[in-house]
Ligand binder design. Sequence first.
Ligand code: ATP
Ligand code: LTN
Length: 325
Amino acid sequence: MRVFSGVQPTGTIHIGNYLGAIKQWVELQEKNECVFCIVDLHALTVPYDPLKMRDLVLEKAIAYIAAGIDPEKSIIFIQSQVKEHAELAWLLNCVTPVGDLTRMTQYKEKAKKFKQNLNAGLLNYPILMAADILLYQTDMVPVGEDQKQHVELARTIARKFNQRFGETFKIPEVKVRKIGAKIMSLRNPAKKMSKSDEPESYISLFDEPEEIKKKIMSSVTDTGKTIKYNPSKKPGISNLLTIYSLLSDKSIEEIEAKFKNKGYADFKKSLAETVVNALEPFRRKRKELLSREVYVREIMSQGCRRAQVIAQTTMQDVRKKMGLI
Ligand code: ATP
Ligand code: LTN
């Protein structure tokens, strides 16, 4: 099966991104043909500094590899280097009703946040994402919960295109984890952990042990004393239990049993230790890769060439079907 997914280069990759998306990628690459993208064109839809973009993209390439994406097994590349993404996005613009875009949850939230300078890119964002996915005749898109709606729209766009112009695109399936698809903020367990929030609200994949301990010990938890999984009544503790479980490969029940007669402080201390240990190999690998920029850039160039071959084949067909030859 062909798998496609991506992360935006802005901000730091956090354990929400890792547990919701990247951890699935690492597992999927063993048995599938995987294409993983750094979606820099998507990142232009919100205010950003052009001088910092280059480093942010390189940092994400390093993060992918440090977190376990193997460039021998998977294609890793930068979205803007494969021009077919922008080209197909324009063509798909012409088959997508505006009403489908204005009802997207992420658009509605961002439209509120950027009321003063709302650009058309924010509205059209899911079309570019559909182009990313459909260019590669993707079977499966592993993402976090917040991106499910966008993948569903990509399916709708593909179906509509196929009906209008003839069978062209594969209809992709979304793959969202049962547990961990929505890791919550450490500061506010009612909100998802997000790169664009304050650093205390997330744990970066590369935070130093001291920072991890501090963030976990001061994370917002619920009233009461018991360590019990109950997302609606105890969202803070439930979120921490989810993180603990996914990073230790222990079931939530096992962890609850372990802390049956213990308090929040003991639980948090043990969680901090678990997180520090689980992220240690990533920190080590990242340090090594930071001094090998040429190697990382070569992986990106190779990835770009491999991605282009697939993208160009799809585009030839699309152009022909749309009468553009
Ligand atoms: P922002 O919230 O600032 O828009 P982000 O943290 O959501 O950024 P993205 O690059 O948009 O980061 O997301 C990359 C991948 O991580 C997507 O598949 C997304 O669904 C997933 N993801 C993001 N946040 C979480 C989270 N809190 N829990 C689980 N998965 C997440
Ligand atoms: N919009 C996604 C990133 C993204 C993506 C994709 C994910 C862009 N193109 C294609 C899966 C498939 C986000 O996480 N914000």
